[in-house]
Design a protein around this ligand. Structure first.
Ligand SMILES: [Zn+2]
Ligand SMILES: [Zn+2]
Length: 375
């Protein structure tokens, strides 16, 4: 905290370590018994909205918050998604609107939550819950929740509203029942929602630990971490699709991961996978095993993923070029591994073209149109 000045709000509410900006603003507002927008007015930001600020602070907004609360600028920035730009999330250049992130359709304009964390922290929570790769609470060893169990929408529980609800962890979305009369918040106590317990020594929590390490990498190490995120997503996407096409051929570890995560199949849609915490947990836990050596089923799982991928193009004419091109987005390492595996099914012509029988299969330049069709 900086030195006290006349602009400072006389009551201090310090951010929790790793707290999301929206959570802190809501907590500050409740401490002052005003609304979130009332707090922003008090901080000299009359007319500003919390939602866009929670993504990325404008310099004027950050300065006003620092001046009125004493929280340093770097701390304020760390409570937004700004530090994760072009890494775990993607902003449109020069804007604070989010585009589709590198992996998973989870824009970061909403957040997942852990009921036990909400209960312990008086409804407050970390910015980590806004990242597409956040699927488990390491402290409480459970799967994060995506929706309010009562109204089945993404919750917005950090907002301090004039008309309540009074509980700090309550769903603040307007209930559909209020359409004809005064607006009523849903009010469900999210800290009382039930979350799936994950085994402490299981695959999902080990994976979330690994992912959290990657998310914490400094700027010098980020290109390698980003490359791994792309590889994990490319594998996870095929795993999640494969669960619905070639589950009967899956190695044992696939069933282990499914059982750990509640025993139900993650949902997929027409040509897409689901992007909730359950999908991310199952897909990423298995992707990590297939990506890094060490697990007894590391190789058999990768072979099954190729079968899953093959099953998605079965109506098309199979070629080694087509299959390899489907992996191009994930980078050369996986393409080379795929080419090495596909060698058994390749024609002589393809083997010569891609050198797939050599220790270092290579990837000839594809024409751009073909790449676009296969991404
Ligand atoms: Zn928790
Ligand atoms: Zn609700």
């Amino acid at each position: 905290m900086s030195a006290w000045t006349d602009d400072r709000i006389p009551i201090v509410v310090a951010p929790l370590p790793g707290e999301a900006l929206e959570s802190w603003i809501g907590a500050y507002a409740r401490r002052l018994r005003i609304t979130s927008s009332g707090f922003l007015s008090l901080a000299g930001l009359h007319g500003s909205r919390t939602r866009p600020m929670a993504l990325r602070l404008l310099p004027s907004e950050a300065a006003a918050l620092e001046r009125s609360t004493g929280v340093p600028l770097p701390t304020l920035a760390s409570m937004t998604l700004e530090p994760y730009d072009e890494f775990a999330v993607s902003f449109f250049p020069g804007q604070r609107r989010l585009s589709r992130p590198v992996a998973w359709r989870f824009s970061g304009s909403r957040n997942r939550y852990c009921p036990a964390c909400l209960a312990e922290q008086d409804g407050r929570g970390p910015v980590f819950w806004r990242l597409p790769w956040a699927f488990a609470c390491l402290q409480h060893q459970c799967l994060l929740l995506d929706f309010c169990p009562a109204c089945h929408r993404f919750p917005n529980h950090w907002k301090a509203r004039r008309l309540g609800p009074s509980g700090t962890s309550s769903c603040t979305l307007n209930s559909s029942r209020g359409r004809t009369g005064p607006k009523q918040p849903c009010g469900y106590r999210l800290d009382e929602a039930s979350a799936l317990r994950l085994p402490g020594d299981g695959l999902a929590l080990a994976t979330q630990r690994h992912i959290s390490d990657l998310l914490g990498k400094d700027h010098a190490a980020r290109p390698a971490a980003l490359a791994e995120f792309k590889q994990l997503y490319a594998l996870a996407w095929r795993i999640l699709r494969g669960l619905h096409t070639v589950l009967g051929l899956a190695p044992e570890v696939v069933h282990t991961a499914l059982a750990e995560c509640g025993g139900r199949l993650p949902e997929v849609h027409a040509r897409e996978v689901g992007h909730d915490a359950h999908n991310v947990a199952v897909g990423t836990a298995l992707a990590l095993i297939a990506l890094h050596p060490g697990h007894a089923e590391h190789e058999s799982l990768f072979d099954w993923i190729l079968k899953a991928d093959h099953s998605l193009v079965q109506k098309q004419k199979f070629t080694i070029g087509l299959m390899a091109a489907r992996w191009e987005w994930s980078g050369p390492e996986l393409v080379e591994r795929v080419l090495g595996r596909l060698d058994r099914e390749a024609t002589l012509h393809a083997r010569l073209r891609y050198a797939s029988a050599t220790p270092q299969p290579r990837w000839p330049a594809l024409n751009a149109a073909l790449c676009d069709n296969l991404r």
